[in-house]
Design a protein around this ligand. Sequence first.
Ligand SMILES: [Zn+2]
Length: 131
Amino acid sequence: MDHDQTEYFKALLKRMADEILQRGDDAVESMQGGEMAMPDPADRASAESEREFLLSLRQREHTMLRKIREALQRIENGEYGECEECGEPIGVARLKARPVTTLCIQCKQRQEQLETAPGTGRGPQLQRYEF
Ligand SMILES: [Zn+2]
């Protein structure tokens, strides 16, 4: 990965982090406003589940921010764009789609196959018998 590409991804990752932080602030504001405007218990319950939704959203955002920081750290270390499994280049196209990824497409697919492995090999055969 050359210098221009590194700079490109650095800027992209920083922009992603800024957007998440910006959204996070908006969510907190609407959450606080919502509570004050809803004195009814039923409304409070829905405000409560909305709050849970926002919290899980924030958790995901938090995870994303951590991944962005790790990616920026990899850029600083000159490791950005290398697959952490096989050490091969991840590829600029894939990085543009998923700038925080640490796996090349082959390793990612292998990981996904392992995650969904139990029973999957028999899927097509079972279908054939069912119909
Ligand atoms: Zn790999």
